[in-house]
Design a protein around this ligand. Structure first.
Ligand SMILES: Cc1cc2nc3c(=O)[nH]c(=O)nc-3n(C[C@H](O)[C@H](O)[C@H](O)COP(=O)(O)OP(=O)(O)OC[C@H]3O[C@@H](n4cnc5c(N)ncnc54)[C@H](O)[C@@H]3O)c2cc1C
Length: 478
């Protein structure tokens, strides 16, 4: 569906059909009124510890705000760790100019120091020399684009080790002075009129409440939006990138030399084996693990079209059917593809991949038209490399995001700093990835801290202070 000027990596899937059990009925019950313990009163509450939330918590705490980060799982990083989508793309444009720095670059630097990140050397960004490695790894989607001369050039994209990342993100949050509460589901906002005053959480410790001056929704899915009274949209084009669930798994102990040798020395037999796997319901496509110590590890991203990525009945169906398909595919590869005989599925992502859905309609609503301009906003909080739109990316290699895209229209005390930011389908299709959400988080956290310090609504956070704070922490702004 999406047009890339590099080779396409994914075939996006149309929304699938399945027989619903129809778990929704017309019947309702009234819950008993109850007292709920307030476990924390603080300045900033960040909900969800994915790329957006981790950045938001670190940024708010560094800005001097009392901050707590709440996460439903036992680790941080969201899709970038627990979703096994450990590829941080589009940090520089097709011409090699870096646009995303700040928190995202800091994570990459810290992981690099621990041998837990890998990316092309700076001298190759926007150049053709290193393209072969990424084409061979089936990673062109993330690493290779055609420039104006039709040459394949390399992008600045990093891969990170999910396990070391989980540890590093814990460290960053705790070093910043923010508190961290894991294994805690946030179920609803606490509202006073149109102002968010805190959140209700459910966990093994029971139902509890936290009160804060600013709440930042970083759940990816915008879980707080329905009860905050914010205007929202969830429109997605069927078959587009964001209209996909992802079931991701890693296979290790693959003898890739043997596989390559077979493909090269017996191309007809290789074709036959590939076709046989496909005919039997498998899908013999994989990416080669690009981390330095991922020799013999391949990454499989299976995409399943969906327009309901927060519907548990649909999520259950996807998890069961995608897992069945993954195991079938793996068994076929082991049987028919030389090199896979001794391999095994090392891990399937604990977190089902969601890529799109509920989004706010904020003070500014980003649309496809905002990608076709060179003019920054007066409140620009991030600049993104625009690498995925073919000719248009060559003409407009960068795209700007205003602070207002994180600020809901009517609701007070509330920001959204994840893929539920204020944008239409077209803008989200290109700019709701891990590095983008880190930028939203960094800006929202800093703005929240500034607003709390100045005693003003977060809607009125002083932009000049925000810009200085972002630049101080490495953001690259016009
Ligand atoms: C198959 C697939 C492949 C992808 N590949 C890439 C890729 O290679 N590179 C890339 O940059 N992007 C990729 N993406 C997109 C990217 O993963 C997401 O857009 C990005 O992770 C969004 O970050 P986020 O912080 O908004 O949300 P998430 O990463 O989803 O993080 C949200 C966090 O909030 C937590 N949370 C959610 N709800 C609650 C709640 N109610 N209470 C408490 N905690 C909660 C979650 O557990 C999670 O930790 C891919 C997506 C999919 C589906």
């Amino acid at each position: 569906m999406a047009q890339y000027s590099g080779e396409m990596f994914y075939g996006y899937d149309k929304p699938h059909q399945f027989e619903r059990k129809n778990l929704v009925t017309a019947k309702t019950i009234e819950e008993a009124r109850r007292e709920v313990k307030v476990i924390r009163e603080t300045d900033v509450i960040v909900v969800g510890g994915g790329p957006g939330g981790t950045a938001a918590a670190v940024s708010a705490a560094r800005g001097g705000a009392g901050t707590i980060l709440l996460e439903r799982y036992g680790h941080l990083g969201g899709m970038s760790t627990g979703g096994l989508v450990n590829i941080i793309p589009n940090l520089a444009d097709i011409y090699g100019e870096q646009h995303i720095g700040g928190f995202c670059q800091e994570v990459i630097d810290r992981l690099t120091a621990r041998g837990a990140a890998s990316f092309p050397d700076k001298k190759y960004w926007g150049k053709s020399e290193a393209a072969g490695k990424y084409l061979n790894a089936n990673m062109a989607h993330f690493y290779v684009r055609k420039n104006g001369e039709g040459e394949r050039v390399v992008l600045y994209t990093a891969v990170i080790d999910p396990e070391i990342s989980k540890d590093e993100m814990n460290r960053m949050v705790l070093e910043s002075g923010a508190e961290l509460l894991l294994h805690t589901w946030v179920t609803e906002p606490i509202m006073d009129g149109n102002t968010v005053k805190g959140v209700i959480v459910e966990s093994k410790s029971g139902r509890q409440a936290l009160l804060g001056k600013v709440v930042i929704d970083c759940t990816g899915d915008g879980d707080l939006l329905p009860k905050t009274g914010c205007q929202t949209t969830d429109y997605m084009v069927p078959g587009s990138r964001i209209a996909q669930f992802g079931f991701v798994y890693w296979v290790c102990n693959v003898n890739l030399d043997k596989y390559d040798n077979f493909a090269k020395s017996e191309p007809e037999k290789f074709k036959e084996a590939t076709q046989q796997i496909k005919d039997l319901g498998g899908s013999p496509f994989f990416c080669r693990g690009l981390l330095d110590n991922h020799e013999g590890v391949v990454w499989v991203h299976r995409l399943i079209g969906s327009l309901n990525q927060t519907d548990t009945e649909e999520m259950t169906y996807i998890d069961v059917s995608a897992r069945k398909q993954a195991v079938l595919n793996f068994e076929l590869m082991r049987k028919y593809m030389p090199g896979f005989e001794k391999s095994f599925i090392m891990l399937s992502a604990p977190q089902l991949g969601t890529s799109g859905g509920r989004r706010i309609i904020g003070e500014y609503f980003l649309t496809g038209e905002d990608m076709d301009t060179d003019i920054p906003f007066e409140d620009t909080i991030a600049v993104f490399a625009d690498n995925d739109r073919g000719e248009k990316s060559l003409k407009y290699p960068k795209t700007f995001v205003p602070y207002r895209a994180l600020v809901p229209k009517e609701t007070e005390g509330f920001l959204v700093a994840c893929r539920a930011f204020s944008a239409d389908h077209d803008f989200s299709e290109y700019f709701n990835l891990i590095p983008h959400c880190m930028c939203f988080g960094q800006a929202a956290g800093a703005a929240a801290a500034i607003a709390v310090k100045d005693g003003v609504s977060v809607r009125k956070a002083d932009y000049s202070k925000l810009k200085s704070e972002l630049i101080k922490h490495g953001a690259i702004l016009p």
